[in-house]
Ligand binder design. Structure first.
Ligand SMILES: [Fe+2]
Length: 428
């Protein structure tokens, strides 16, 4: 098993001090580390249409640099012209692409050829960076490509977790060995008052942000309260014991239809056995559900129903950002390749961490901010065209690469999705 030297040192404050070449190499190395624990067989299938094979993530992140930077360099030799079709994800401006649900059927190229593709593109990129041959536009695309790859590192782990959870053996596969945590102090739900008024929302423009995080603009908020920690598994047991999944009065109509169609009666990956009680599948295999850890792998529908049951609501993304701007101990658990799992809320200095551990569903639909304009060219398809029928999640999770997290970050998923490391905190 390969480990990173010290992932905790890779903090966001330091990433801006890196040269573009160091930054590129560092990000690319994390992907290689994450994949190094997986066999060729592990890296090939996809377990559901929304997920992608590890091999595909490794190739697609490479394709991004080749497509958007290297192809416009006259001296660059394309590695394999067929990969343009194979590893395009959703960029209409680039052309046709292999259907997403069939990515897991691609047995060739194999992982060795994908590794050679990565080296080919890395060598070409590093050569350009060494010679200072990239202009400002290309350097901006490089930074976008690094952030894109970090996003795929989280997706890779989400997808491996789902894939491994489908293996019909007990015990099942383990991505990372991990001992049990020492018991943490329980962290009762407490509230923090936040003054309303006109507040500024969105990226400042100092440092990288995706286009969907801007423009910065004013929003009016009423006074509100926000929970000092996310909802925990112990909280969730109370909801379940009170018939939370059986009471239509708690659910949005679409959510109620969804749980009736799917039969959901607990968060994703949870299972009840008479012997073991409640367990959940983790990247360290199936483990007991830990009471004081944040509830994980719940959908927007479930978060919304819980909030109604609790006599509260979900914060809007604007309330969330306003509240996060005030918190001292902002960062919780981010990606540690030797853990890949949230920590108990009591572990995090009173549970105040708003960035890390679990992504937090908000009440907000994923919509453009006033004055939003996607970037020019194909990369304008990165975010803007998905602003329909999705909800915003804020913060970051225990599988978000360190340095990728920001207060203004807007993650988004459909209301029924729950394979992301998604939880939530209450507001009122
Ligand atoms: Fe992508």
């Amino acid at each position: 098993m390969t480990t990173l030297d010290n992932p905790r040192d890779n903090a966001v404050e330091q990433s801006s001090d890196l040269t573009p070449q160091q930054r590129f190499r560092e990000v690319r190395a994390v992907t290689d580390t994450l994949a190094s624990r997986l066999s060729a067989e592990d890296q090939t299938p996809q377990s559901m249409p929304e997920a992608s094979p590890t091999k595909w993530h490794r190739a697609h992140t490479t394709w991004f640099f080749e497509e958007f930077i290297l192809r416009s360099v006259p001296t660059y030799a394309v590695f394999d012209e067929r990969f343009r079709y194979l590893f395009n994800s959703y960029y209409e401006a680039v052309g046709d692409r292999h259907p997403r649900p069939e990515r897991g059927l691609v047995t060739r190229p194999g992982i060795d050829e994908i590794a050679a593709y990565r080296r080919h593109v890395d060598d070409a990129m590093v050569d350009l960076l060494r010679r200072g041959a990239l202009g400002d536009d290309a350097l901006a695309l490089l930074e976008l490509g690094c952030n894109h790859e970090q996003q795929h590192q989280e997706l890779l782990l989400m997808d491996v977790k789902h894939l491994f959870s489908t293996v019909p053996m007990s015990p099942g596969p383990v991505y990372v060995e991990r001992g049990a945590d020492a018991p943490a102090e329980s962290d009762p739900l407490r509230w923090r008052s936040v003054a309303g008024g006109v507040t500024e929302i969105g990226a400042h423009g100092d440092g990288f942000a995706y286009d969907n995080e801007g423009p910065r603009h004013r929003v009016f908020l009423e006074d509100f309260e926000i929970a000092r920690r996310p909802v925990t598994n112990a909280d969730w047991w109370e909801f379940m014991a009170d018939g939370g999944y059986r009471r239509p009065d708690l659910w949005l109509s679409d959510g109620w239809t969804h749980i009736r169609n799917t039969g959901w009666s607990a968060p994703g990956y949870w299972r009840f056995d008479d012997d073991a009680g409640w367990t959940t599948f983790t990247l360290s295999g199936r483990r007991p559900v830990v009471a004081d850890e944040p509830v994980l792998h719940v959908s927007f529908f479930e978060a919304d129903a819980f909030a109604r049951w609790a006599g509260a609501r979900l914060p809007t993304e604007f309330e969330w950002e306003r509240a996060a701007a005030d918190v001292d101990s902002l960062r919780g658990e981010l990606l540690d390749p030797d853990r890949c799992h949230p920590r108990s809320t009591g572990h995090l200095n009173g549970g105040g961490a708003m960035i890390g551990n679990v992504w937090e569903w908000t009440a907000s639909a994923y919509l453009p901010y006033p004055g939003f304009a996607p970037a020019n060219g194909a990369v304008g398809e990165y975010n803007g065209k998905f602003m329909c029928d999705q909800h915003v999640l804020r913060g970051a999770s225990a599988v978000t690469p360190r340095g990728h997290e920001r207060i203004t970050y807007r993650n988004f998923f459909p209301a029924a999705a729950r394979w992301a490391f998604s939880g939530f905190r209450l507001a009122r």
